[in-house]
Structure formats: structure tokens, C-alpha cells
Design a binder for this molecule. Structure first.
Ligand SMILES: *[C@@H]1O[C@H](CO)[C@@H](O)[C@H](O)[C@H]1NC(C)=O
Ligand SMILES: *[C@@H]1O[C@H](CO)[C@@H](O)[C@H](O)[C@H]1NC(C)=O
Length: 371
């Protein structure tokens, strides 16, 4: 099961965005997502729900006849909830669902609740009971197929108008940041093995920063947040921090194509003469342009993203985000930030809106740590 903006259960597969598949049997209990990396995500087929998940018995979804059904009616039964669609590659799973339901010893103790949804490939186009049930009966799976389990009214399972039951199933509760920042996982490991290329084309061993607190930022020259370069430079200039702190900036063009410069000349001159402009030159190391998300993302960012939960549930509008596949834990925009402790272990992850000056307190805390 692949999903996008997640909640109660770990992601069973890190691939997300528009790819949720209809009718995947693994959908259920195990549903959905939240975190990436390490043991904090499912195995690609299923994920175990969080220990603090709570009952679905308070929900009263509408069935395909337009009647409210109290899910508390299923108290005492094991329930499999599936989002379905008739024109999907997985539609033949209806037969597998019906077979499960027919198992004699299960029958009394088990129910399947099917929720038609048109959000994946427009594969549930039917508008009402007549069209949805006849699609199943006469088209796919066809040959007279009729479900032997309750069908519900068509719903949305993702996005602004998702139905409350699915919000609950997907919820991550405290397993995501507070919108501004997230604390990295306890099992996060050092970044010191990475050797990214700097803007002059030279490999830099991140182990060179052993003993320093490090802030890693993906930057872009033509972004609304580009003015944060000034805030970053101010942090770097704080006298008592200077020796103990470094900022590593990675230009990236995946967000709104806002880092169009192709090399050192173009990128540094964009900063100097365009934005922030007026002679601005960073007082911290600039690295070569990289991808931070998708198939070609750089290994350092794969590690950073695996080390800390997403700061918030939404990645944002796909139309100005340029990578594939979308993953639940992706960098959301230019000027996302990761704070790294003195031993190279990721400590906190911040949203783009968090100003450099608001990170000063955390930097000082890590500086004082006895590591
Ligand atoms: C959600 O529903 C409202 C009201 O029907 C509609 O205006 C809006 O476009 C919907 N949003 C999405 C993302 O479908
Ligand atoms: C997030 O940051 C904003 C702006 O600094 C602040 O007003 C808000 O209280 C912060 N939220 C949390 C949960 O820290």
C-alpha cells in the first residue's frame, strides 16, 4: 500500500504521492505511513500500526444505500477495510476478498468493509450504487460478480475532503513533527562517512566537521526564502559560535526550478548580483548542486531523511515540485534544514519557514553537549 500524507500506521512503502493503489489487500490494519527510514517504515508490503492507535468504533460512514453504519456494530469482529475501484489492475482482488469472507470458520468473526474511491487514476468513475455495482457485475470483475460484504458510499481517502475514518486510519499522531521541526530518531547515525562535492568540484569529507555542530540547508537563489542567506550568515558570524559551528549549503533546483544556475559562476553570481544581491557572498561552504529527492537524490540526503521524521504531513503542490517518486519523508521546499550534533548525528529537522535565528538556541544546546 502506498500513500501520501500519512498518519496512524507506518508507511508500508515509502513511495507515496499519487500512487496509492486501489484494493491492495495489505491496506488495512497495516495502513499507512508517517515516517521514513530505518525501522520507521513498513517492509514494502505492510506495516504494523502504532501502539497508540485507537478504535474506529466511533465512526459512522454512509453505506452504498445512503444509510449511516455505526462501526461499533462490528465490535468483536476482525475487520478488513479496503479502498476499492472497478477499473484497476487490482480489481480482481474482489474475488480474493469474497473467498476470505466465505471461509467457514471466519464468517461469523470477520467482516470486510469496502470504500469505493476515485482518487487513483479515476478508476472508480461510477457515481452511485447503480453504476458502481453494475460496473462490478457486468464489467470488472464482471460475469455476475456481486460482493458478499458491505459496500460503502464513494469517499475520498486523501486530501482536503478525505473522510474522517481514513484520517483516523492514516493518522500518525505524535509520529511526525509539529509543523516547524521534528526531533530525529534515537537510532539516527552519523553523517561522517559522506564526502559530498563542493562548489569547486572537490570532495569534502564530512568527518572534517567532527566536533562541530553543523546546519545543513538546501538552498536556492530565486526563492521567497532566499533572504534567509542573511540570517545564515549572521549565525555564522556569532563570535562564540564561530569555532564550533558550520553551515553546509546544498543548491538544489527541484523546488519551483528556483536554482537555475548550472555551476559556481552562475550560482555565486546569482547570489551576489541578483538575490539576495548587493554583493552578497556566503561566509560558509557552498556545495555543488544536488538533487535532494527522487531517484537521483544524493546519498547524504537519503541518510538525513531516513534519520528524522517529516516535520509536517503535507509535502505540497506536486505541480511545482520536480522529482519522482514522491516519498512521504521528502524535503518539502528550499531552505529545509537539518541540525547535526558534534558527533555527526542528525538532531533536528526544520521547516523552511523556521528562520536561522530561531535555530540559535538549539545550536547552543548542542555545542554545550558533552560529546
Ligand atoms: C473539497 O470540497 C469543497 C466543497 O465541496 C470544494 O470546494 C473543494 O474544491 C474540495 N477540495 C478538493 C481538494 O477536492
Ligand atoms: C512555529 O513557528 C511559528 C513562527 O515562528 C510560531 O508562531 C509557532 O508557535 C510555532 N509552532 C510550534 C508548534 O512551535
Amino acid at each position: 500500500m502506498q500513500r501520501r500524507n500519512i498518519r496512524f500506521c507506518n508507511l508500508s512503502n515509502m513511495t507515496t504521492l499519487a500512487t496509492v493503489i486501489c484494493l491492495s489487500t495489505a491496506t488495512l490494519l497495516s495502513v499507512v505511513a508517517g515516517q521514513a527510514g530505518g525501522g520507521h517504515v513498513g517492509d514494502g508490503s505492510s506495516s504494523r500500526c502504532y501502539n497508540d492507535a485507537t478504535t474506529i468504533h466511533q465512526f459512522t460512514p454512509t453505506n452504498i444505500d445512503g444509510e449511516k453504519v455505526a462501526l461499533s456494530d462490528y465490535n468483536g469482529k476482525v475487520v478488513l477495510i479496503v479502498n476499492v475501484a472497478p477499473f484497476c489492475h487490482f480489481t480482481k482482488q474482489y474475488h480474493g476478498l469474497s473467498k476470505l469472507k466465505e471461509l467457514k470458520d471466519l464468517e461469523e468473526h470477520f467482516e470486510i468493509l469496502a470504500f469505493p474511491c476515485n482518487q487513483f487514476g479515476y478508476q472508480e468513475p461510477g457515481k452511485d450504487k447503480y453504476e458502481i455495482m453494475n460496473s462490478l457485475k457486468y464489467v470488472r470483475p464482471g460475469y455476475g460478480y456481486t460482493p458478499n460484504f458491505p459496500m460503502f458510499a464513494k469517499v475520498e481517502v486523501n486530501g482536503d475532503n478525505e473522510t474522517d475514518l481514513y484520517t483516523h486510519l492514516k493518522a500518525v499522531g505524535g509520529h511526525v513533527g509539529n509543523g516547524n521541526s521534528s526531533r530525529c530518531y534515537n537510532d539516527a547515525t552519523t553523517i561522517h562517512q559522506f564526502t559530498p562535492t563542493d562548489i569547486d568540484g572537490e570532495q569534502v569529507a564530512l568527518s572534517d566537521y567532527n566536533g562541530k555542530v553543523v546546519l545543513i540547508v538546501n538552498v536556492a537563489s530565486f526563492c521567497g526564502f532566499t533572504e534567509q542567506y542573511h540570517g545564515l550568515s549572521k549565525l555564522k558570524k556569532l563570535e562564540d559560535l564561530e569555532e564550533h559551528f558550520e553551515i553546509l549549503a546544498f543548491p538544489c533546483n527541484q523546488f519551483g526550478y528556483q536554482e537555475p544556475g548550472k555551476n559556481k559562476y552562475e550560482i555565486m553570481n546569482s547570489l551576489k548580483y541578483a538575490r539576495p544581491g548587493y554583493g552578497y557572498t556566503p561566509n560558509f561552504p557552498m556545495f555543488a548542486k544536488v538533487e535532494v529527492n527522487g531517484d537521483s537524490e544524493t546519498d547524504l540526503y537519503t541518510h538525513l531523511k531516513a534519520s528524522c521524521p517529516p516535520v509536517k504531513l503535507e509535502i505540497g503542490d506536486p505541480s511545482d515540485r520536480f522529482w519522482s517518486p514522491f516519498r512521504n519523508n521528502d524535503i518539502t521546499w528550499n531552505f529545509n534544514k537539518f541540525l547535526i550534533d558534534k558527533s555527526g548525528v542528525p538532531y533536528k529537522r526544520y521547516d523552511s519557514e523556521v528562520e536561522p535565528k530561531d535555530i540559535e538556541h538549539d545550536i547552543r544546546e548542542l555545542m554545550e553537549e558533552d560529546k
